[in-house]
Ligand binder design. Structure first.
Ligand SMILES: *[C@@H]1O[C@H](CO)[C@@H](O)[C@H](O)[C@H]1NC(C)=O
Ligand SMILES: *[C@@H]1O[C@H](CO)[C@@H](O)[C@H](O)[C@H]1NC(C)=O
Ligand SMILES: *[C@@H]1O[C@H](CO)[C@@H](O)[C@H](O)[C@H]1NC(C)=O
Ligand SMILES: *[C@@H]1O[C@H](CO)[C@@H](O)[C@H](O)[C@H]1NC(C)=O
Ligand SMILES: *[C@@H]1O[C@H](CO)[C@@H](O)[C@H](O)[C@H]1NC(C)=O
Ligand SMILES: *[C@@H]1O[C@H](CO)[C@@H](O)[C@H](O)[C@H]1NC(C)=O
Length: 738
């Protein structure tokens, strides 16, 4: 019987049978209200708070209490934003920052759906993601869990991911609301933002999440403008940001992010507390554990009238409505894993295998599509048949060096938070990490692809002399380096946030030593965000691939790009500058208590700051090379109702089939107070050699407005707008105005 379960489930997923009936919010609320009307006070309290992290019966990273007599199960919340965690036989997906690097809405959505199919297969109702925290500073520990520093790209990433997740009948949880932008002091720092900055940058991806109909939002650990995010009525309340913008789902706390009284939290708009108990950093306010908040917790507060029955009913209704809306009340798989036994042991782990061939192929495709080709000096060496640069030609390359610990498999015994750092970097650490069980490291994929066509010499450590020796007299040298960050936790001296922008383990020196003896050096960087590329102009470095955090199929996805089976089309979702100062923001590491962090840079993050301050980055936002070339022509700007339609033609002018990622930047009229250029559109265009295609992008009225604080609305500033279409923010090919 147990054996039949995985086989059956696999079939269901593979045949796309995981169908469900999407209800309207009205229908979902009608059902929820009717169920709530039958509940006792204790049953309601059991729905709005987790059963406790210390509860031995807990199955997931967070659970609610079932009301079996009414058919309501324990709702299962699980990490994380790059795939199921704390269980076996799941897929390790690429990080969200790689989804951003694809500049492909199709792949962003497909990734969300595939991850959700695995959550559903394991019986988890809520995927705790996507994260959409703006990468305010490149060293921010959890930056890789989200879509980078640009609000528009982050908004599209959030929208597509949520649409994908919920299309599999799994609830998405938009997090972390709001301005959760560094790890140091996160449990109490106050992010202080002006209204316009909040709307145009940090809230924008959440606005897109509401438009994608996210069923839940997670409030953050940090304070916002001095008040705890989880009891900030201006964020969560009836007239707060979320509800004013049409949010219909529920707000769940980050784990332990609640403080003060049950009354304050419930009345400010928090609908559910997780994990339910006090976990030292906070939590337990609804439970009312002795000494935390008010005695009697939420139940006492309702009994005394401090929290109204109507408010409690609303909280429960919102949670149940999300569950009814996605049809989770019918045919949803029961929880079949045990997050308290991540190794798959124990009687409650039923060994359901939710990996599918489609998911694995998708991870590989996104890995390739997110690899950014930063440099390619393709030249023929005199007197030799070797062509330097990329793609590599399997029939001509006879000797290969593979150098760097980042090419090999990591030691996987590094705890539930995946703080592995002695092998290839495929994902950062912490609750946003994912399974390393099936990782295929670069060296394995290179060995299996090359076979006997060439000899491979390796030095799979960062030993500088070893690397140099391996690299001598080779046709090509593949040198790997990385940098990592994560959620809290001291790893190689980095406490969540990175200390600096250097490659780890002297990776930069390793690359330079290899290049010193090898005139065809290809550098591959796996990183959670911008790093120093001070070595990029070295004449012997003929190719550079920035591969980000690509997930478990890291090796095969890279081989596809190196040998030309996949023509690279990844684009930088951030700028790579030479100095940290070039980014204009800082992480606050040292403070005599929880700091106030004033976001005084306002709208000027990343390329917006660099453009405004005339700083030339080494590699700019949106940049990425291809093995072919593309021509742009025929810009036209027309009206369509209150929108503008921008269209132009792209032609593949090079020698191989490829994919272009055209980008639309908007220049506001002077006086609007906007940066010189802001991203407002991107697309994905596959073209055979010589073929052309017309691209259309629509700018809505909101897309060419600014947030106007006095009127609390988006307003179009007067004057002439510039439209820039190009292959990156600094490679503008077409310009127009309206
Ligand atoms: C559900 O109940 C709430 C009050 O808690 C009410 O505002 C709402 O209109 C009801 N919705 C439906 C569809 O009955
Ligand atoms: C946060 O504080 C700033 C500065 O006082 C103010 O402009 C802004 O409106 C506040 N935001 C919220 C949501 O209260
Ligand atoms: C993984 O799945 C296989 C079947 O595909 C099963 O035999 C094995 O027990 C599962 N392992 C775990 C730890 O769940
Ligand atoms: C390559 O060879 C050609 C002719 O054989 C010569 O003119 C050219 O200078 C050489 N280039 C380099 C870089 O050595
Ligand atoms: C490039 O590599 C060659 C060995 O092929 C070496 O002789 C030369 O010094 C290197 N150039 C630099 C600038 O390191
Ligand atoms: C942040 O802004 C407030 C209000 O303007 C000011 O009082 C405070 O000193 C600032 N804090 C820092 C660290 O700059």
């Amino acid at each position: 019987m147990q054996l039949a379960v995985p086989i059956l489930l696999f079939t269901i997923l593979a045949s796309g049978f995981a169908q469900f009936t999407l209800r309207s919010w009205d229908d979902a609320y009608a059902l929820a209200n009717a169920t709530v009307a039958k509940m006792t006070l204790d049953e309601k309290i059991g729905i709005v708070k987790g059963t406790g992290q210390l509860n031995g019966n807990r199955r997931c990273i967070g659970d609610t209490t079932a009301v079996t007599r009414l058919g309501v199960p324990s709702i299962c919340f699980n990490d994380g934003p790059a795939g199921m965690r704390l269980t076996r036989n799941v897929t390790g997906f690429p990080a969200a920052i790689n989804a951003a690097s694809t500049f492909s809405k199709r792949l962003m959505r497909a990734r969300g759906k595939a991850m959700a199919e695995e959550f559903r297969g394991k019986g988890a109702h809520v995927l705790l993601g996507p994260a959409m925290d703006i990468m305010r500073n490149p060293k921010a520990g959890r930056g890789w869990e989200s879509f980078g520093p640009d609000p528009y790209l982050s908004g599209e990433g959030a929208f597509e991911t949520i649409t994908g997740i919920q299309s599999a009948g799994v609830q998405a949880c938009a997090k972390h609301f709001l301005a959760n932008n560094q790890e140091h002091w996160r449990y109490g720092l106050s992010a202080n933002l002006h209204d316009r900055t909040m709307h145009e940058i940090y809230f924008y991806p959440f606005l897109r999440s509401i438009e994608a109909d996210a069923t839940s939002v997670m409030c953050a650990y940090n304070r916002f403008n001095g008040t705890s995010s989880c009891h900030h009525a201006g964020l969560l309340g009836p007239n707060g940001l979320l509800r004013k913008n049409g949010f219909k789902g529920y707000v769940v706390s980050d784990w332990g992010a609640t403080h003060d009284s049950a009354t304050e939290n419930a009345n400010a708009g928090l609908d559910m507390e997780q994990p339910g108990d006090f976990i030292l950093i906070g939590g337990g306010v609804f439970a009312g554990i002795l000494g935390i908040g008010e005695l009697g917790g939420l139940k006492g507060a309702v009994q005394s009238g401090a929290v109204s029955n109507a408010r409690l009913n609303e909280m429960v209704s919102r949670i149940l409505a999300a569950w009814y809306r996605l049809g989770q009340d019918s045919g949803y798989p029961a929880v079949n894993f045990d997050a308290q036994k991540p190794d798959g042991s124990g009687p409650r782990n039923l060994h359901v295998n939710v990996r599918t061939a489609e998911h694995i192929a998708l991870v590989r495709e996104i890995g390739s599509a997110s690899a950014v080709l930063l440099k390619n000096d393709r030249t023929t060496v005199n007197g030799s048949s070797i062509i330097r640069g990329l793609p590599l030609d399997k029939s001509k390359i006879k000797t290969i060096a593979v150098v760097g610990q980042d090419a090999k498999t990591p030691n996987k015994n590094c705890g539930d938070l995946n703080q592995c750092n002695d092998g290839t970097m495929s994902i950062g650490w912490g609750s946003g990490s994912n399974s390393l069980d099936f990782i295929v490291p670069p060296i394995d994929a290179i060995n299996s692809f090359v076979g006997s066509s060439a000899t491979i010499t390796t030095s799979l450590s960062n030993d500088l002399n070893g690397g140099e020796n391996a690299a001598r007299n080779k046709d090509v040298c593949l040198v790997f380096a990385n940098a990592m960050s994560g959620e809290l936790g001291l790893v190689v001296g980095n406490d969540g946030d990175r200390n600096d922008l250097a490659l780890w383990f002297k990776g930069g020196s390793l690359i330079e030593r290899v290049a010193g003896v090898c005139s065809n050096t290809i550098a591959i960087v796996h990183s959670v965000g911008p790093v120093s590329f001070s070595w990029s102009n070295h004449p012997n470095i003929t190719g550079i691939i920035y591969a980000g955090a690509p997930g478990e199929q890291t090796g095969p996805s890279l081989v596809d790009v190196l040998y030309g089976a996949y023509n690279p089309s990844g684009r930088l979702p951030f700028s790579i500058a030479d100095k940290e100062n070039d980014y204009g923001t800082a992480i606050v590491y040292l403070s005599g208590g929880f700091p106030d962090i004033n976001y005084t840079e306002e709208l000027l993050l990343d390329y917006r700051y660099m453009d405004a301050k005339n700083i030339t980055p080494r590699f700019e936002f949106g940049f990425g090379l291809s093995y072919t070339t593309f021509g742009y022509s025929g810009l036209s700007i027309t009206n369509s109702g209150s929108s503008k339609v921008i269209s132009f033609k792209i032609t593949n002018t090079g020698g191989v089939k490829g994919t272009e990622k055209p980008q639309l930047y908007l220049g506001y009229p002077g006086g609007a107070g906007e940066p010189p250029k802001v991203l407002r559109g991107f697309d994905e265009v596959d073209l055979n050699v010589g073929a052309s295609s017309t691209v259309r992008m629509t700018l809505s009225q909101r897309d060419f407005s600014i947030w106007d604080t006095p009127s609390q609305s988006y307003v179009r500033p007067p004057g002439t707008f510039s439209v820039y279409v190009g292959a990156s923010i600094r490679d503008i090919r077409l310009e127009g105005t309206f």
